[in-house]
Design a protein around this ligand. Structure first.
Ligand SMILES: Cc1ncc(C[n+]2csc(CCOP(=O)(O)OP(=O)(O)O)c2C)c(N)n1
Ligand SMILES: [Mg+2]
Length: 396
């Protein structure tokens, strides 16, 4: 280094990441909650009372069927995880801990409402009527998606973080142009839901989609599952102002809901969807929840988060919470719970069997859906690849 070059000023080494001092299990006073962690009803207050009408409308049978959904969705997830461990799937992203957030949101949707998921929304898929078997194909590597998006108004999984937010805002603008908002006809008025995670809120796509939806006043509900981690990055690497508060900066209402309370998730989403369908514009919901498992089966969270954190969240388990509530109302006796377990076993067996029997696709298939119309370059690549494969067969 020559003498006239100023040496860089010594700076302290970048701080290593310290866990946040605040209690990450506390959603704060703005969080809408109807059931506490012990399954006891939360008294009406300023933040939950606007949604009380939706909870009041839930009858005992619906309460039981919400519980059934939670249990079966958890079982689908456990089976996906086990199938990956047995070598039947390449990857599985678990929703463990997020069942209530997803079942609440999914059950709030009407058939005509369209969902744009990320890759962890197995519970929403379930509520929209997608056969869980179809969720496995992509993770087994035998197809690019495995279901017809328009059959249940549930778009294909999107791996590119935040990308589906733009798809949702665009689709919602189309819904407006088709005159399917604010007609007063409950069969016709349509809303769109976009699902992403806390990490997704840091993406450009996410922020752009909120701007579009806000200025166009589109019928879209953004549902951010804040599970506190984006792989190994905690919340405080994604934002300093939580997503529900940032909504205000986009000019749309933001609501934080207890994502481990299925009644709250259902009620808040119903409110936001009603608003969207009637022409009231977008809403952002932040479901405050926790990723109990690894990011995916390729991840080892013991490398970056402390077990004590997981233990605290286990006490807020969404399924235990609703079961306690049902029991306190005399709605879940042993016989009913055992019958549900048996139903879950049957479902798991059906999933396992179907997964093992999924045929490998012909080699040509991956070229077929690149473009809607045939394309000369793709055609050429397909021919080359098939010839290459055939050369192996000849050697045999
Ligand atoms: C555009 C883009 N960048 C990076 C990745 C790699 N990636 C996959 S999942 C993930 C974290 C997402 O976290 P979050 O949005 O909180 O969702 P979660 O997985 O917690 O449900 C990242 C960075 C990706 N898939 N797409
Ligand atoms: Mg996350």
């Amino acid at each position: 280094m020559s003498d006239d070059v100023v040496a860089p000023v010594a700076t302290a080494a970048p701080a290593t990441h310290e866990p946040p001092a605040r209690d990450i299990t506390d959603g704060g006073p703005d969080m809408v909650q109807f059931l506490d962690a012990d399954g006891q009803p939360v008294a009406l207050n300023e933040v939950n009372s606007p949604y009380a009408e939706y909870v009041d409308a839930i009858d005992d049978e619906q309460l039981r069927s919400l519980y059934r959904d939670l249990v079966l969705v958890r079982r689908v997830d456990a089976e996906g995880h086990a199938l990956q461990r047995q070598g039947e799937l390449g990857l599985w992203p678990s929703l463990l801990g997020q069942e209530a957030a997803q079942v609440g949101a999914g059950r709030a949707m009407r058939p005509q409402d369209y969902a744009f998921p990320g890759y962890r929304e197995h519970g929403v898929a379930w509520c929209k009527g997608v056969d869980p078997i179809n969720l496995l194909g992509m993770f087994r590597g035998v197809n690019h998606g495995g279901w017809d998006s328009n059959e249940n108004n549930f778009h294909l999984y999107t791996i590119v973080i935040g990308n589906q937010m733009l798809h949702a805002s665009g689709y919602a603008m189309g819904v407006q142009k088709d005159g399917m908002v604010g007609t007063g006809d409950p069969e016709r008025d349509t809303a769109v839901m976009a699902f992403t995670g806390d990490g997704g809120t840091a993406q450009g796509d996410y922020n752009e989609s909120l701007v579009f939806a806000s200025v166009a006043h589109s019928p879209v509900v953004f549902f951010v599952q804040n599970n506190h981690w984006a792989i190994s990055e905690p919340n405080d690497r994604q934002f300093t102002i939580p997503p529900y508060q940032r909504a205000r900066g986009f000019g749309i209402p933001g609501v934080r809901v207890d994502g481990n309370d299925v009644l709250a998730s259902l009620a808040v989403t119903q409110g936001a969807l009603d608003r969207a369908r009637s022409g009231g514009g977008p809403t952002l919901i932040e479901a405050f929840t926790y990723r109990m498992g690894a990011h995916t089966t390729s991840d080892d969270p013991t490398k970056y988060r402390i077990a004590a954190e997981v233990d605290i969240w286990k006490k807020k388990d969404p399924i235990d919470r609703l079961r306690k509530h049902l029991e306190s109302k005399g709605l879940a006796d042993q016989e009913w719970l055992e019958a549900l377990d048996a139903e879950a076993d049957e479902l798991a067996l059906r999933i396992r069997t179907a997964c093992q029997q999924m045929p490998n696709p012909p080699h040509s298939e991956m070229f077929e859906k690149v473009y809607a119309e045939p394309h000369p370059l793709v055609e050429r690549e397909r021919e080359e690849f098939l010839a290459y494969q055939a050369s192996f067969e000849e050697e045999d």
